[in-house]
Ligand binder design. Structure first.
Ligand code: ATP
Length: 559
């Protein structure tokens, strides 16, 4: 018997809230991005009527949504959340950018913006870290756009800024924010990502894309194969989610990219919510050694003094469930989520698991979207935008959706499978409670044997600065080794003690309360129907065809 009862946290009260400030809905995906990526160039050439009308209609709808949120939150007010009292209007930026920021309804800077925009505008190399949803995108985009504006970049100068993102969806989203910021600028903007026709992208690159958002593999492809891709005048390289991009599977590509990119006169910028030692190692390679470095290197660690790596508005909880009941709990949770019209993201550990659960849930009328790496790019993009726009709904996903995605008004993050690493936990739960005064809840499903993971999460997430040295799996193994000498009973006793404090430090202000009572409701139902616990049909693991009648001549072979 394990020490914690099967129970789930009480889903939020049914009244539907919209909690993000107006400004926080910065990236309205007006529509799915068109195959032509050179946005600025495309805008200046004019659009056809139908697209224009559709866009106008979508914009109108977005504006209505935004203004509804504004009314709830109090327009232009500095909230008690992540905003500072510094104003965008006081920044030494061009009127073009200032007007765009005003259109986007941003007035006050967040802390990461207030601390990183000034050194970036001075041309320093910057390595910055701040919690999820704290406004890092604007922090690196504003100075980069200003830089090209000051240098009067035009398409014939080629690419002056490259923004690298680890996933295609994040690249599209970053491109959309840049598009809003650059709406009054003459500089051109585009993106190149995997899963899309290389030739079409090459044609756009040939026209000259000043601000290019890219995923690493596709950028390297173009650097090696697209002769017309001009990047000799590169002035600024930005790596978003730097710790992810500098991880093993991107490392080789990044080394090659660094070899090909011009070093002279290039500003380099690394941003992430989770800095790792790896980033620090790689930073040496990126920025060059102290002697070689041409620029000042500024480190901005907004939350270094904080004891928690997750945001204030996030409620976190866990639920210990034996494996045979996990799906039932998920089903009960999602059914409730659907009836209360909430927006939920459920994380799984593999593409196959997402596929399987999406098929199963849709089959039993729990409608849900799914995103994973095995989908075709156009399916991924269209699902991302549908869920982005949806007022409520369910998205099943792998870690492909864990980083950077700014999906409005997500109420719940469910981790059906626990994350492999602590930083994945931070990024997954960071898809809710974003922006100023953002609120949301995250629940982690654990098997009884996975309880130890909590202790590790507590050490890494709640305890002090977040620097990840080893994966959760390794830590888990060493934890088990450390307890090898104890008997099972002792271990549970230790855990129970530990878990009380873990639960408290995880901000479980509302510990899981709602007992789903799955067993008893099922048995009530059975009693009502007077069915004898499933034995009457005789179906079981050793008898898949059920009870034999007297005239049944089937023969069963057992292996
Ligand atoms: N100055 C601001 N005022 C109000 N809202 C803001 C401001 N800056 C950004 N936001 C909002 O905050 C939300 C999160 O911003 P952003 O996506 O840049 O976060 P992030 O720090 O990059 O998160 P992650 O680490 O998950 O990538 C967005 O919805 C954005 O519109």
């Amino acid at each position: 018997m394990h020490p914690i009862k099967l129970c789930a946290r009480s889903p939020r009260p049914s009244s539907k809230k919209r909690k993000r400030p107006a400004a926080a809905a910065a990236t309205p995906p007006e529509s799915e991005p068109e195959p032509v990526h050179n946005t600025a160039a495309c805008n200046s050439e004019g659009e056809n009527n139908a697209t224009g009308k559709r866009r106008e209609h979508n914009n109108k709808k977005m504006k209505e949504k935004k203004s509804k949120r504004k009314k709830k939150q109090g327009e232009g007010k500095k909230g008690s959340g992540i905003l500072t009292d510094k104003l965008f209007s006081d920044l030494p930026i061009s009127d073009l950018t200032a007007n765009a920021i005003r259109d986007m309804n941003y007035t006050h800077l967040t802390e990461i913006q207030a601390r990183s925009i000034p050194p970036l505008m001075l041309g320093s190399d910057v390595m910055a870290s701040a919690k999820t949803g704290s406004g890092k995108t604007l922090a690196f985009l504003i100075p980069a756009i200003e830089l090209l504006c000051r240098l009067r970049f035009s398409p014939r100068n080629g690419t002056g800024v490259i923004v690298l993102c680890p996933t295609r969806e994040l690249a599209i989203q970053t491109h959309n924010v840049a598009k809003e910021l650059m709406r009054y600028h003459s500089q051109t903007l585009g993106y190149v990502i995997g899963g899309i026709d290389l030739r079409g992208e090459a044609e756009q690159l040939a026209k000259g894309i000043n601000v290019l958002v890219a995923t690493p593999g596709r950028l390297l492809d173009h650097m090696q194969k697209t002769k017309s891709f001009k990047y000799e005048c590169l002035k600024c390289l930005i790596i978003d989610e730097a710790d992810r991009i500098l991880e093993q599977n991107f490392e080789e590509q990044m080394k090659q990219i660094f070899k090909l990119l011009p070093r002279q006169g290039r500003q380099t910028v690394l941003f992430s919510a989770t800095q790792t030692e790896k980033v620090e190692d790689f930073a040496k390679l990126t920025f060059g050694s102290k002697e070689e470095r041409q620029r000042t290197l500024v480190y901005v660690g907004v939350d270094d003094h904080e004891s928690k790596a997750t945001v204030e508005g996030l409620k976190q909880g866990y639920c210990v469930i034996p494996s045979e009941r996990r799906f039932l709990v998920l089903y009960a949770f999602l059914k409730k989520a659907l009836s209360e019209k909430t927006k939920v993201m459920v994380f799984f550990s593999s593409c196959n698991s997402v596929k399987f659960h999406a098929q199963l849930l849709n089959f039993i009328q729990i409608e849900c979207y799914d995103i994973h790496g095995q989908l075709k790019q156009h399916q991924r993009t269209s699902t991302f935008f549908k869920f982005h726009k949806a007022e409520h709904g369910i998205l099943l996903c792998t870690n492909v959706a864990a980083r950077g995605l700014d999906i409005p008004d997500v109420d719940y993050i469910v981790q059906y499978d626990p994350p492999d690493e602590t930083k994945d936990y931070i990024h997954r739960v960071g898809r809710t409670a974003r922006g100023d005064n953002g609120k949301g809840s995250a629940i982690l499903f654990l098997l009884p044997k996975e309880l130890q993971l909590l202790i590790h999460l507590k050490e890494k997430i709640v305890g002090g600065n977040y620097i990840l040295n080893r994966s959760a799996k390794e830590a888990y193994k060493s934890y088990l080794l450390a307890y090898k000498s104890h008997s099972m009973k002792d271990i549970f006793a230790i855990h129970q003690l530990d878990l009380t404090s873990v639960a408290a430090s995880f901000c479980f202000s509302e510990p899981p309360k709602v007992n789903l009572d799955l067993e008893s409701s099922a048995s009530k139902h059975r009693k009502k129907r007077n069915v004898n616990t499933g034995r009457s049909h005789g179906i079981g693991p050793s008898n898949p065809y059920g009870r034999k009648g007297s005239d049944d001549r089937r023969q069963f072979a057992r292996f």
